[in-house]
Design a protein around this ligand. Structure first.
Ligand code: CTP
Length: 386
């Protein structure tokens, strides 16, 4: 647990106790500034080990930040000040806390605490976005009275909420299961240089694969063309067209426990693929298109019983939920994640409704990774107890 220098540092002691109450071992790394808010002896008394503050302390044999990073299963920074997050986002390792963060390759949770204006400053927003892109999770800040006397967004989340987020970051409830996720749009080639495509960026599917892997699943990502990096621990299969995507999925479908079709598969492809670049001619030109297979409907028709669990997406511009419900029945799947086109494309957040035969759950606007977790929670509940 990293403690940086804000007034909320006094609550870090409560977080240590909460984590220990839940059965975890805790070691503390503090910034110099944090020691001005809460005494290191407090953490020594709680954890039984003195917190690491000064990398130059001659009492440490070897490299204490390397040892701690290897020892820990998860890291939480609470409170996380704007300054400490800025250093972490920049890969700066000029004290024990940031050096340990840079050495650590497991799940990291930040619990920010600062004045509202610091939290909302574009520099902080940039750093938070960078840390998220690097795989960190965030809990809080929450709204309420701040140390300055102002009221606003900036309070550190409560210790039990942070402890739950730390446990969620290391959960392995999908261990032993294989989850196949399709992501991105497909490119349907017209000739060697042109294709028909769509605006999908692949972010939702990549978030699903990332979270499935983080929760212990063997995550297989069948990806259309995108510029996104492969999330850690994910097996990625690159495809281009709907037909290629279908072939990759058919090859795997017998050995997976769940399939989540987040890809925006083209419904049509050009009837002919020109071997040479098409030349322009005078006057209008028309294109003949033929239907692509509906991969999801094919899986629904192939499946016997409820294995593998099947999840589809519905990207609609009108009547979102009724259309999703119709899709659920037509494609014979277990869950349709319904979203509105304007809420989803290219953004890192999404607002969806989970539509199943007997339930309908509208989620608030969430980071796509949190949407992914909600979908995977639903899937997990339909898988056998491991
Ligand atoms: N899908 C698929 N194969 C296709 C088209 C779509 O597997 N050829 C999947 C998508 O990955 C998504 C779901 O089906 O999970 C819904 O896609 P959508 O295009 O919204 O559904 P359609 O049935 O094509 O409905 P419509 O065109 O009427 O909106």
């Amino acid at each position: 647990m990293g403690v940086s220098g804000g007034i909320a540092a006094y609550k870090a002691a409560l977080l240590v106790r909460e984590l220990m109450r839940r059965g975890h071992e805790v070691r503390v790394v503090m910034t110099e500034a944090a020691t001005r808010f809460v005494g290191p002896i407090t953490f020594t008394g709680l954890t039984g080990a003195p917190p690491v503050v000064d990398l130059w302390d001659a009492r440490y044999a070897g490299e204490v930040h390397v040892e701690l990073a290897e020892w820990a299963d998860a890291m939480v920074v609470a409170p996380a000040t704007a300054h400490t997050m800025a250093r972490a986002a920049g890969g700066i390792a000029n004290d024990a806390l940031t050096a340990t963060l840079l050495c650590f390759d497991g799940p990291v949770v930040f619990a920010p605490a600062m004045h509202t204006r610091m939290w909302k400053h574009p520099a902080t927003a940039r750093n938070v976005a960078q840390l998220r892109a690097d795989g960190a999770a965030f809990v809080g800040p929450t709204e309420g009275p701040l140390a300055s006397g102002d009221v606003g967004l900036g309070r550190m989340a409560e210790p039990d909420v942070i402890a739950a987020a730390v446990e969620a970051s290391v959960r392995s409830d999908l261990a032993g299961f294989t989850v196949l996720v399709s992501a991105g749009g497909t490119h349907e080639d017209l000739d060697p240089v042109r294709f028909l495509g769509n605006r999908s960026t692949g972010k939702m599917g990549y978030a699903l694969a990332e979270r499935a892997a983080a929760r212990g699943a063997h995550a297989v990502l069948v990806s259309g063309p995108t510029s996104l990096a492969t999330p850690s621990g994910v097996e990625r299969i690159d495809v281009r067209s709907a037909l290629e995507m279908e072939a990759a999925i058919l090859e795997r479908r017998g050995s997976v426990d769940a399939i989540v079709m987040a890809a925006a598969v083209a419904d049509y492809r050009p009837a002919e693929l020109a071997t040479d670049k098409l030349k322009k001619t005078d006057g209008p030109r028309s294109l003949e298109l033929v239907r692509n297979p509906d991969i999801l409907a094919g899986l629904g028709a192939w499946r016997e019983g409820s294995h593998p669990v099947l999840v589809g997406f519905a990207l609609e511009t009108q009547d979102v939920v009724p259309n999703a419900r119709a899709k659920l029945a037509r494609k014979r799947v277990d869950l349709v994640v319904a979203n509105h086109a304007t809420d989803a494309f290219g953004k890192s957040t999404n607002r969806v409704t989970l539509v199943a035969a007997d339930s309908e759950t509208a989620l608030p606007e969430l980071d796509k990774r949190d949407v992914a977790d909600a979908i995977l929670d639903w899937v997990r509940a339909r898988l056998p107890a491991s």
